[in-house]
Design a binder for this molecule. Structure first.
Ligand SMILES: *Cc1c(COP(=O)(O)O)cnc(C)c1O
Ligand SMILES: [Zn+2]
Length: 414
């Protein structure tokens, strides 16, 4: 099946053959994978998808892979959970959690983008993969490079959480800690990508990488029984995930797998790094870069590559956006854990906090269906809770000590 037209410029529409390139030579617009929907229509059906594997690869026909899947065979198809306790707490009718905090193998949705990018790097004959990362991408590129027996160079800001650093190093990549912000790391990586023939998953492979995010969106719709929700709240860093979930929903419409599209896409960011949400609130398509200062380090991109498209997605879909303070982020993490038994990282705290504010402000009506994208696992960022949580009682190993402690506890809470 000849399903790809190659790449296409998102701005001027010029076509390019499929290659490890990401910028249009004529207008400097970003390139995007271009599919032949005429070929795919009728071939990709609800039945053909259901007959596929229980992973993101049930959507392989809608991803830019032409040969066999090389790495990440078990990525995706994460649970979509009806979060009734959370809904009750927020006074809502229907909330769902798309739980990529348990995405295999590195516990974030980044496994989806990396599985596509690394497979594509192998198709193009690269022996080295690389990335600029705010943490989760580092974990995932290192893991998939190990699986695919490729060399990897991982570039991170030096102040990244220790949990994310160790969960990268364990896979034996070459880790380069740069004294600077993510945006400075990323700029350096653009220069390195020009000089060395490496597959930078989020630079020269960005058109392929970003397509992997569509699978998060496809799965939400399939798991809702091929129905589109009223609202999806998405945490944004570079702005790719929200853009690609929206693209996924529109593709399902194009292919006739859903009837209509009425979902509103909402962007969630930290107040200390929220340039996309600021664009949405100010209703301007001009992005003003910021210098990040937030505990949500996985979202700390001050100059997001797809910021403009993320803004357009919220606007075009009729959605909005909201910021969360560091305090609200922690409250969001604790709320999800307390109500649903799901421990997400700071990015998930941003999603929950932003959704709560959008609901309280009436932007998201309480009687409409809401999906929260929980994109990463809390065990990677325990630092954010370090000073907040401690054992309730500390005792010697004796029954009488416990009896006294229990009596004290009860008197405190009564
Ligand atoms: C990278 C990341 C995001 C945001 O992804 P973009 O596509 O860059 O907007 C959201 N959540 C987590 C946990 C991430 O690691
Ligand atoms: Zn162009």
């Amino acid at each position: 099946m000849e399903k790809l037209n190659g790449l296409r410029c998102r701005e001027c529409g010029r076509h390019y053959a499929a290659a490890p390139i990401h910028v249009c030579e004529f207008c400097f617009g970003p390139l995007e994978v271009d599919y032949r929907y005429d070929v795919l229509k009728g071939v990709v059906t609800r039945e053909s998808i259901a007959a596929g594997p229980p992973s993101m690869w049930r959507y392989k026909d809608l991803l830019p892979i032409e040969g066999d899947v090389a790495v990440g065979h078990h990525v995706g198809f994460t649970p979509l959970i009806r979060a009734q306790n959370l809904a009750d707490e927020l006074g809502c009718r229907e909330i769902w959690v798309k739980n990529d905090s348990v995405c295999h193998p590195t516990w974030s949705f980044k496994d989806r983008v990396v599985a596509v990018a690394v497979t594509k790097a192998r198709e193009f004959g690269f022996d080295t993969v690389a990335c600029a990362s705010t943490g989760n991408l580092a974990n995932s590129v290192a893991a998939h490079a190990a699986e695919g027996r490729l060399k990897s160079y991982i570039f991170i800001p030096a102040d990244l959480e220790q949990g994310k650093v160790l969960a990268t190093l364990v896979y034996n990549p070459t880790l380069v800690a740069v004294h600077g912000t993510y945006d400075e790391v990323n700029r350096l990586c653009s220069e390195i990508a020009d000089k060395y023939r490496w597959a930078f998953v989020n630079v020269n492979f960005r058109p392929y990488y970003s397509e992997g995010s569509k699978s998060h969106g496809f799965e939400i719709i399939e798991q809702l029984g091929w129905k589109t929700p009223g609202h999806i709240v998405v945490p944004c860093a570079g702005g790719s995930l929200i853009t690609k979930i929206w693209k996924a929903i529109k593709e399902l419409k194009t292919l006739g797998l859903i009837d209509g599209v009425s979902t509103k896409m909402h962007a969630a960011q930290a107040l200390g790094c929220g340039p996309i949400v600021t664009m949405i609130k100010n209703d301007t398509d001009v992005l003003v870069p910021v210098r990040p200062s937030t505990i949500a380090k996985s979202l700390a991109i001050g100059n997001p590559a797809d910021g403009y498209y993320a803004y357009k997605t919220a606007k075009e879909s009729g959605g909005f956006g909201e910021h969360a303070t560091d305090e609200e982020i922690v409250e969001g993490m604790l709320l999800l854990a307390r109500t649903e038994g799901i421990f997400t990282e700071t990015a998930g705290g941003v999603t929950v906090a932003a959704a709560k504010k959008l609901i309280e402000r009436g932007v998201i009506p309480r009687d409409e269906s809401i999906v929260l994208c929980i994109t990463g696992n809390g065990l990677k960022t325990p630092d954010s809770l370090q000073d907040r949580l401690d054992a309730h009682v500390k005792i010697k190993p004796s029954l009488s000590a416990f009896d006294r402690a229990l009596a004290d506890l009860k008197s405190q809470t009564s």
